[in-house]
Design a protein around this ligand. Sequence first.
Ligand SMILES: Nc1ncnc2c1ncn2[C@@H]1O[C@H](COP(=O)(O)OP(=O)(O)OP(=O)(O)O)[C@@H](O)[C@H]1O
Ligand SMILES: [Mg+2]
Length: 259
Amino acid sequence: MQNKAVISIKNLWAGYDSDTILEDVSFEMFQEDYVGLIGPNGGGKTTLIRVILGLVKPDRGTISVMGMEPYQGRKHIGYVPQFQVEDKQFPISVWDVVAMGRLRPSIFANFRMSSSDKQAIETALDQTGMLEFRNRTMNELSGGQRQRVYISRALVTEPKILLLDEPTSSVDSHSSTQLYDLLAKLNDHIAILLISHDLTAISTYVKTIGCVNRRLVYSGTKEITSDMLDIAYECPVDLVAHGLPHRVLPSHQEGHQHD
Ligand SMILES: Nc1ncnc2c1ncn2[C@@H]1O[C@H](COP(=O)(O)OP(=O)(O)OP(=O)(O)O)[C@@H](O)[C@H]1O
Ligand SMILES: [Mg+2]
């Protein structure tokens, strides 16, 4: 059977009003993929996620999610946004946060959840190791634990694709290692697209790396290529600063165009 792309983007241009943010982006992602996206602030990473979710319409080009228009295909996507509504001060329970991911018009209509809804919430909390915290309120959790609850909320619809926008930006290195271990496990059955400025983690955990700065440079490999250096000067500077293994740098950086 042919391996079909879960996300397919061709020659896409998109932005806000007359402001073009993404230019001529082409990208294919498959079920077994775990893609890390890097790039400078304002480069268009979150906008790309909004396009995939159908929240920003392309000006030119095509996009499909699970072979469908994004507004239909997004039911197969779990999404962990870059900025969460701050519920630290609000005493909502872990269970209720995850239950919100399950909300459908029918639940609004009769104000009750089915046993399959409850089972899905339990499974999603179990997957992230947060089931024992189900009755805690969000303000009683650490940042890393809260992030796990948000991942549970994204998992509760049993998605085929998980989009995570800077999931480790506010957690310490121990918690982020735990999060990356969790994501590696989830990647057994879920395609993952992860945006992060944490290049050390990206180069350790993801399978392939892309760079977004108006254009997307992505070749389906884990190498930081000279094209990426060209479109986003910030990438290699961070890379060097983080002391990453030399193998992620392309060999032609040393002056050899061909090996
Ligand atoms: N709703 C919006 N309306 C108009 N312009 C926007 C909107 N959201 C983002 N932008 C602009 O689009 C550009 C890309 O923003 P985007 O959030 O996609 O970048 P990013 O790569 O995710 O950056 P960061 O690393 O800081 O999260 C920025 O110049 C930003 O100001
Ligand atoms: Mg962003």
